[in-house]
Each structure stands twice: as structure tokens, then as C-alpha cells.
Design a protein around this ligand. Structure first.
Ligand code: ADP
Length: 302
């Protein structure tokens, strides 16, 4: 029997969203294939959050077509929303309730039958590793636990699609690792995931496909390794020195047509594998997704 491929979990075609004179999303094409994790990677102001709001119909597009789980938006946004879990960027947990009570509220919102609520809550607690803290009030939890609870809350109804808006923003590296493991698990269980992030490492680590967004458009789409090979080549050469030396290196590279980027204390020459003997002294390293990000968005890394 030949199986028909599942339709994409998300499809955006030529989507435009304006706020007055600001065009937040400017002709965005985006596909999330069923059962994959797509990372929307872009600097602040690139239109990531607006894209997320369009997908939950909290914002309505001015132009273009959006389908979520086969449902056209905004016409059938309610049906789409019922099978979707949304993890917002801002923590909007009820701090006066316990962990368990926060989840219970959402089992009601998602119309989970009375007989199934207990099991749904247990499952969400287990995934988010919060069973021990079920009776704690939210205002007693650490920042990392609150983030895990936000994710658990989005999973009570076993959604087929999960939207994560900057899931680890502001968290320390160890907590970030815990959340990454949680997101890995979601994907391994077959959920489709769209995650926005401005952390390169996060996109590289979690996403099957990275979509680099800049000024409301997708400027590159592919697997992280393929994007690096295509846009930054194999090797980068980092040249260190005082500012005057760096300016000299940049000017010289520009004259020779070598692509460069600034990295604070150094100038990096990209596609360094192609350089001949007159390359300046420096340290060679493998090209990476950060090189691609800076090259395509013109942004420096904070
Ligand atoms: P990101 O999430 O990538 O940081 P946003 O989607 O938040 O980007 O913003 C994209 C652009 O749209 C920014 O210039 C932002 O100021 C503008 N914008 C977003 N939401 C609104 C709004 N509600 N009203 C006016 N401008 C907005």
C-alpha cells in the first residue's frame, strides 16, 4: 500500500502583516512538514512573534494564505487551535494556583472529559518533570520550573502541533539544556513543532529545518549543516588585533572580494578554505550557523 504523505502541519504563503507604517511580516513563505521541528531564527524585530500570533489567529494577516493542520486561517482557527499547543513567550501562569491547578484549568479549556482529566494532568507533569512539585504554588517555583509548567500546560490535550515562542529566553544555560531535552522528547513522540528563537545554538541543536528570518521574510531555509555549507563555506579565518588593524584587514578583504564579518575583537573572513597564501595571520575554525546568521541578517550576536 502506498501511503499519501501527510499535509504539512503549517503552511504560509506570501503572508503580510502590517501595523500602520510597520510591515512586521513581509511576504513570508514557511512550511512545517508533519512530524518535524522547524526553527524560526531571526534577530529582534524580524517578525517571529507576529508570525506566531498569526498562527493562533491573535493577529489577522493582511495578505497571503495560512493553513494550520489543514485548516485555513482565520476561517477555521478554532478547529486548528483545538489541536495545537501554544507556549507563549510571556509567562502568563496563574501564580496564586498550584502547578496541578494550572493544568486543571487547561483541561477544562480544552474540553477534556472529566474521566480523562487526571491522566492528562499526570502525563503533562511527567513530561515536564514536575510530578514532585505538583502541590507547589507557581510563585514558589524557579524560573526554569515555570517554563516547564508553561510547556506542560500546552500539552495537556496531546496536541499534534506545538508552537514555542522563544522557549528559553532569559534562562541560564543549565535550565536551557533541560528544556531542550523536553523539546527533543516532544519531537521524538511525533509532534510537529514550530519554535522561534534568536539563539543560534538553540536552532542548531533542535531544529530539523532552520528558517532564517530577516525583516519579515524568510532569507534562507534548510538543515543547519546545509545552510552553513551553502552560505558560509567550510572554514572561517579569525584575525585578531587592535581596531586599526581590523579596519585594515576588512578594507583589504573587501578589495579582494573576500566575505567578512565583525566579531567584536576580530574580523572573520568566510570561505577561508578558498584563500591562497596571501591570507592574513589568524585562527582557522569550521564555519558555523552564527556566520550564516550574521551574513544574512546583518546582525551582530549579543
Ligand atoms: P520578533 O518577534 O522577531 O522580535 P516582532 O514580530 O515582535 O519581531 O516584530 C516585528 C516588527 O513589527 C517590529 O518592528 C515591531 O516593532 C513591529 N510590531 C510587532 N507587533 C506590533 C504591534 N502590535 N503594533 C505595532 N508594531 C508592532
Amino acid at each position: 500500500m502506498s501511503s499519501v504523505p501527510a499535509p504539512p502541519a503549517i503552511s504560509l504563503r506570501g503572508v503580510v502583516k502590517r501595523y500602520g507604517d510597520v510591515t512586521a511580516v513581509n511576504g513570508l513563505d514557511l512550511t512545517v512538514p508533519d512530524g518535524t521541528c522547524v526553527g524560526l531564527l531571526g534577530p529582534n524585530g524580524a517578525g517571529k512573534s507576529t508570525t506566531m500570533r498569526l498562527l493562533t489567529a491573535q493577529a489577522i494577516a493582511d495578505e497571503g494564505e495560512i493553513e494550520v493542520l489543514g485548516f485555513p486561517l482565520p476561517a477555521e482557527s478554532k478547529a486548528a487551535r483545538a489541536e495545537m499547543g501554544v507556549v507563549p513567550q510571556l509567562d502568563n501562569l496563574d501564580v496564586t494556583l498550584t502547578v496541578e491547578q494550572n493544568l486543571l484549568v487547561f483541561t477544562h479549556l480544552y474540553r477534556i472529559g472529566r474521566g480523562e482529566r487526571r491522566a492528562a494532568i499526570e502525563r503533562a507533569l511527567e513530561i515536564a518533570n514536575l510530578r514532585e512539585r505538583r502541590k507547589a504554588r507557581v510563585d514558589e517555583l524557579s524560573g526554569g520550573m515555570r517554563r516547564r509548567l508553561l510547556i506542560a500546560r500546552a500539552l495537556v490535550h496531546e496536541p499534534r502541533l506545538v508552537l514555542l515562542d522563544e522557549p528559553t529566553v532569559g534562562l541560564d544555560p543549565q535550565v536551557r539544556q533541560e528544556l531542550w531535552a523536553l523539546i527533543d522528547r516532544l519531537r521524538s513522540e511525533g509532534a510537529s513543532i514550530l519554535m522561534s528563537t534568536h539563539y543560534i545554538e538553540e536552532a542548531e541543536r533542535l531544529a530539523d529545518t532552520v528558517v532564517v528570518v530577516s525583516k519579515g521574510q524568510a532569507v534562507a531555509v534548510g538543515r543547519p549543516n546545509d545552510l552553513v555549507a551553502e552560505h558560509a563555506g567550510r572554514e572561517a579565518l579569525e584575525v585578531y588585533g587592535p581596531p586599526a588593524r581590523l579596519r585594515e584587514v576588512e578594507a583589504d578583504a573587501a578589495q579582494r572580494g573576500w566575505p567578512t564579518r565583525r566579531t567584536g575583537t576580530s574580523v572573520t573572513i568566510l570561505r577561508a578554505e578558498a584563500l591562497n597564501g596571501d591570507a592574513p595571520e589568524g585562527e582557522r575554525r569550521n564555519a558555523n550557523l552564527e556566520d550564516v546568521f550574521v551574513l544574512l541578517t546583518g546582525e551582530e550576536i549579543a
